[in-house]
Write a protein that binds this ligand. Sequence first.
Ligand SMILES: NC(=O)c1ccc[n+]([C@@H]2O[C@H](COP(=O)([O-])OP(=O)(O)OC[C@H]3O[C@@H](n4cnc5c(N)ncnc54)[C@H](OP(=O)(O)O)[C@@H]3O)[C@@H](O)[C@H]2O)c1
Length: 220
Amino acid sequence: MPELRAANFGADDGTIMGNVRTGLSVSLDGFIAGPNDGPEAPMGVGGEKLLAWYSAGDTEYRLPGSDMVFMVSAQTAEYLAETRRTTGALVFGRRTFDLTHGWGGKHPLDVPVFVVTRSVPQDWVYEGSPFTFVSDGLESALDQAKAVAGDKYVGVGAAGIVQQCIKAGLLDEIHVDLVHVLLGDGVSLFDHLGTGPIDLQSTRVIDGTGVTHLTFRVIK
Ligand SMILES: NC(=O)c1ccc[n+]([C@@H]2O[C@H](COP(=O)([O-])OP(=O)(O)OC[C@H]3O[C@@H](n4cnc5c(N)ncnc54)[C@H](OP(=O)(O)O)[C@@H]3O)[C@@H](O)[C@H]2O)c1
């Protein structure tokens, strides 16, 4: 059984209407990618270690609506299923979109993705596209994402977007898949906050294989 601590959910199915949360794999020293990320190494040098937990367990998790199969611990499988069930839309920055080539055409969670950018890539704009490019600011992207997410969460990433959300008081939950590694360098999740301390309330800890899923409420 996952270790659950003081769950702080608003509804029976674990969702809180319109809440904004992160959902990123992060090293113990706070990096979501290694240094020198780019087309050849989207997760940077050594960054693939942040994803190793997806194949470190003995329980199969098939991501619905995709051909992705993960081997994780039983508690992580349960957690991944819950994440998919409770995520209604995503807001991502343009770098992640470009580095993943638009997740190959559709995000694995199979929900609408709002990509914050200063320039719209016209070849990705077509009828029925799962991607909406938002060039009038992060807040606009969040509003649009909340409108389609309904009573589910809006997930946000990556580092630059999360930092802006925190600074603007727009982030409700910090969820991280804490990977048991020190990367030493790379893309830091919590750089450039430029604010005083931000208090967090730990709401859940799930121990997996090679990963610990941590959830905090941001105290506002
Ligand atoms: N560990 C994980 O779970 C995970 C998950 C996803 C990504 N990643 C990693 O995260 C890294 C990318 O994150 P990142 O923080 O560098 O970039 P990012 O947040 O993905 O994208 C930043 C870009 O978004 C656009 N943008 C951001 N805020 C904007 C605003 N307010 N208005 C208009 N445009 C805005 C800008 O692009 P333009 O200037 O081009 O418009 C900016 O350069 C990669 O290394 C990736 O591999 C890790």
